[in-house]
Design a protein around this ligand. Structure first.
Ligand SMILES: [Zn+2]
Length: 400
C-alpha cells in the first residue's frame, strides 16, 4: 500500500521506522537513510544552487535533528563531482561517523594521483605529508579536492591510530554497519567494487598520473567502475542503493560481479531501489530487477544534466515504468527547451511537464518511510515527482 504526499514529512521518523531520502537538483546526488533509533547513514553529497551547505545537513536542520552523534556512517560511493560536493563539510559536522571510501581509493596509485597535481612529497602508500597544501591547489577537480580535504582533516586532527579507525574502505563484502541485537535489526553492507573493478580503477588512476614535467592539469574522471553499491536490511525490509555501478558482460565486473560473486544480496528482495547511474541503460541489469527487487519496487533516481544525451532518456523511463509503477525522480530529465518555449506547444501540454520545468535547478527530494515493508509513505519536495504515463507521453513528444 502506498500513500503519496505532495510534500515531505518534517517530523523525525519513529524509532522503528525506515526512511530513505534521495536528493538531487538535476546534477548531483545524496542519500540520507534512517536506520532506526535516530541512527543515520549518508551516502554521497550534493549542494543546492547558490548554497554551500550540503543538502543532508540542511535536511537534519529541518527535522530538528543534530547530526553530530546521530550520523553513524558516511559512504562516498565514488569520487565523481556529482556525488561528492560538500562531503568534507558533512564529515566535519558528523564526528561520530565512520567514513567509507571505495577500496580503490586506498591504494598508492590513488595517492600518487592526488599528490601529482602539486609538487609535494608523498610517502608511498601512506597519507601525503603536505596534503593540506595541495587541497588549496585550484587545478584539482572538486571530486579530488573534497577527498583530499577529508583525508588531510582526518590526518591533522587525529593520531594515526584514530585516523585509521575513522576512515575505512569498502569492497564487495564489507560490513559497514550492524545492529542486530536491537529492534529494528539492521545491517548495511557493500556489494561492490569487486577485486577486478579495483584493479581496473588503479590502472586507470595510473594512466591519469601526468609525467612530472606536465603537472597541474587533471583530466575529468570518466570511469566509475569502482562505485560502491549498498544492501540495507531493516528487519524484513530490504533496500538496494545502486550508486553509479554499471553493467558489464564480464562476470567479474559491475552488476554481474554482484550477482554471481561470493556475497550476493541475501535475505529477501528489495522494496526500495536507488537506480544506478541516473537511470541510464549502462546501469541497467535485467537480472537485478528479476532476482533482487520486488515486482512493485519503489525505484528512485536522480537525473544527470550535462552530457549530450542526459539520462534518464525517454526510453530509460519507459523501460523502468514497464518494470514497476513506482518510479520517481528528484528532478525531471532535461526537457528540450526549443519546443517547450513555443507558445502553441505549451498550450497543448496538459501541464505535467510544464509544472516540473519551472522548478528545474531547484533541489528535489524523494522521502520514503515504512515500518513494516507493506505500507509506504512517499513524499516529494521541489521538482521531485512520480513518473506518470501523462508525463511520459508529453516528454516523448517533446523529445522527438
Ligand atoms: Zn553520478
Amino acid at each position: 500500500m502506498q500513500q503519496y504526499l505532495p510534500e515531505i514529512l518534517l517530523s523525525p521518523p519513529r524509532p522503528d521506522e525506515l526512511e530513505i531520502s534521495l536528493f538531487g537538483p538535476g546534477r548531483g546526488e545524496c542519500v540520507v537513510a534512517h536506520l532506526g533509533n535516530n541512527k543515520w547513514l549518508i551516502v554521497d553529497s550534493c549542494l543546492a544552487k547558490g548554497n554551500s551547505e550540503p543538502v543532508a545537513l540542511q535536511y537534519f536542520n529541518r527535522l530538528n535533528i543534530d547530526p553530530y552523534d546521530a550520523v553513524k556512517r558516511i559512504i562516498i560511493s565514488h569520487w565523481h563531482d556529482d556525488h561528492i560536493k560538500g562531503i568534507s563539510t558533512i564529515v566535519k559536522h558528523c564526528p561520530a561517523a565512520y567514513v567509507y571510501f571505495p577500496q580503490a581509493l586506498q591504494q598508492e596509485e590513488f595517492f600518487t594521483l592526488l599528490t601529482s597535481f602539486h609538487s609535494i612529497d608523498s610517502r608511498a602508500g601512506s597519507v601525503p605529508v603536505n596534503l593540506a597544501d595541495f587541497v588549496r591547489a585550484e587545478d584539482l577537480t572538486s571530486g579530488l579536492s573534497e577527498i583530499a580535504r577529508i583525508v588531510s582533516h582526518a590526518y591533522q586532527q587525529e593520531s594515526v591510530h584514530r585516523y585509521k579507525r575513522k576512515i575505512k574502505y569498502a569492497d564487495d563484502s564489507t560490513i559497514i554497519y550492524e545492529d542486530r541485537g536491537n529492534s529494528p535489526r539492521v545491517g548495511v553492507r557493500s556489494l561492490s567494487p569487486s577485486g577486478k573493478m579495483v584493479n581496473n580503477a588503479l590502472l586507470y588512476f595510473a594512466g591519469l598520473i601526468p609525467p612530472s614535467t606536465q603537472r597541474g592539469v587533471i583530466p575529468y574522471p570518466e570511469k566509475n567502475d569502482a562505485s560502491i553499491a549498498i544492501w540495507i536490511e531493516f528487519n524484513n525490509i530490504f533496500v538496494l542503493l545502486g550508486g553509479d555501478l554499471e553493467d558489464s558482460t564480464d562476470h567479474d565486473l559491475g552488476w554481474l560481479a554482484v550477482l554471481h560473486g561470493p556475497n550476493p544480496p541475501q535475505g529477501g528482495k528489495a522494496s526500495i531501489f536507488k537506480v544506478p547511474h541516473h537511470g541510464s541503460a549502462n546501469g541497467h541489469n535485467d537480472q537485478v530487477w528479476r532476482h533482487q527487487l520486488l515486482p512493485q519496487v519503489h525505484a528512485i533516481l536522480t537525473p544527470f544534466y550535462g552530457s549530450s544525451n542526459p539520462p534518464p532518456t525517454h526510453s530509460d523511463l519507459k523501460r523502468m515504468i514497464a518494470l514497476t509503477e513506482h518510479v520517481s525522480f528528484t528532478a525531471p530529465p532535461r526537457i528540450p527547451k526549443k519546443k517547450y518555449d513555443d507558445h502553441v506547444v505549451r498550450k497543448m501540454l496538459s501541464g505535467t511537464v510544464t509544472e516540473r520545468r519551472t522548478l528545474v535547478g531547484q533541489m528535489g527530494h524523494i522521502q520514503i518511510r515504512t515500518r513494516d515493508g507493506e505500507r509506504f509513505t512517499v513524499g516529494y519536495d521541489g521538482p521531485a515527482a512520480l513518473v506518470t504515463s501523462d508525463f511520459l507521453k508529453e516528454y516523448e513528444w517533446l523529445s522527438r
